[in-house]
Design a protein around this ligand. Structure first.
Ligand code: HEC
Ligand code: HEC
Length: 281
């Protein structure tokens, strides 16, 4: 096991050079929506990196192009499906999301500040938790599965109406202890490979790993349409995959650990534009 770890770590560190840098390019969606894909590092990471960079810069030319036009972005089909759901009544109260919130565009500005402290509930809530709270307690409807199709589609709709706005999660005040728990997880070495998130996404972004160009592991592009599984992928599903790749037992989507980790990782990307639904491989 030790030997394998050493070999893996060595190949991870050595396989650099060819494409060590993120691609120099700019993202403008539909010819007019400018997306901030690299910017000065926010306070949370200023001591370890100068600049934060969207995962978009680490993808190939065709994948990047798909995100520049909504007709070419396969994630937008799911946004349209969620728009129908937004306007359809469900549950014992006979209400739709739109009945209380108005047009989906009214939710512009919500995605960038989640996960967010909810004073009444006394907890940090992800977008998924807030949506299920509305379904259960305001609509009298069944909760959606945390990373299921209805849920991820709805988060794509909420992201799409905030595209171009800077991520801006709050990490102080009552959210601070959750943020600290997330930071600790980010630097914890998991699994047989004994790798922390930071070993790949902080120490080695830009390097190649198993033919994949390692990014900073930012969450501003979520949910992400992956060409690999041809569907939208939720943030916690991605975390789960990354932890599993270290050969560790992973946490469940929606678990306190992943909620804390999401807040912390989101804070590492404060200032990057909301991009969801983005396209990745
Ligand atoms: C009966 C009215 C009602 C319905 C229907 C409803 N919501 Fe809400 N929603 C609220 C209220 C009230 C809040 C503020 C709750 C709070 O802050 O605790 C809220 C908050 C939210 C927020 C967080 C907004 C923010 O600024 O932080 C999101 C996201 C949201 N709802 C999504 C949805 C979605 C998606 C649906 C449909 C599946 C839905 N809601 C249906 C009443 C409703
Ligand atoms: C063994 C290396 C490795 C480790 C450890 C790792 N990841 Fe990843 N991660 C990857 C690879 C490879 C990808 C796909 C390419 C990319 O975007 O970096 C990825 C992608 C991601 C993405 C998607 C980025 C985007 O723009 O689509 C996020 C978010 C992420 N990782 C978060 C994490 C978190 C949080 C942890 C710790 C729990 C973690 N990763 C641990 C290798 C790793």
């Amino acid at each position: 096991m030790k030997k394998f770890t050493a070999v893996f770590a060595a190949s991870l560190m050595a396989s650099t050079l060819a494409s060590a840098d993120p691609v120099d390019d700019t993202l403008v969606v539909n010819g007019d929506l400018e997306i901030v894909t690299r910017t000065e590092a926010p306070a949370a990471v200023a001591d370890v990196m100068d600049e934060v960079i969207s995962g978009w810069h680490f993808r190939g030319v065709e994948t990047r192009a798909m995100q520049a036009d909504d007709f070419d972005n396969p994630g937008m089909i799911f946004v349209e499906q969620a728009e129908d759901v937004w306007n359809t009544a469900d549950g014992s109260e006979g209400k739709s999301c739109a009945d209380c919130h108005g047009a989906s565009e009214e939710m512009a500005g919500v995605r960038p500040v989640y996960p967010k402290w909810n004073e009444d509930a006394g907890e940090v809530r992800t977008l998924e938790m807030q949506i299920n709270d509305c379904r259960e307690n305001r609509m009298g409807a069944d909760k959606w599965k945390y990373t299921g199709g209805d849920m991820v589609n709805m988060t794509a709709l909420l992201a799409s109406v905030s595209r171009g706005m800077p991520m801006n999660v709050a990490i102080d005040g009552p959210a601070q202890s959750t943020w600290e728990a997330g930071e600790e997880l980010y630097y914890t070495r998991f699994g047989q490979l004994e790798l922390a998130c930071a070993n790949c996404h902080e120490d080695n972004y830009g390097n190649m790993i198993r033919a994949d160009h390692l990014s900073q592991g930012q969450t501003n592009g979520f949910p992400v349409y992956r060409l690999k599984n041809t569907k939208l992928n939720a943030v916690h599903a991605r975390f789960k995959g990354c932890v599993r790749d270290t050969r560790a037992e992973t946490f469940a989507p929606g678990s306190p650990e992943f909620i804390a980790l999401e807040l912390y990782v989101a804070s590492r990307g404060n200032g990057l534009s909301v991009e969801g639904p983005s396209v990745r491989n």
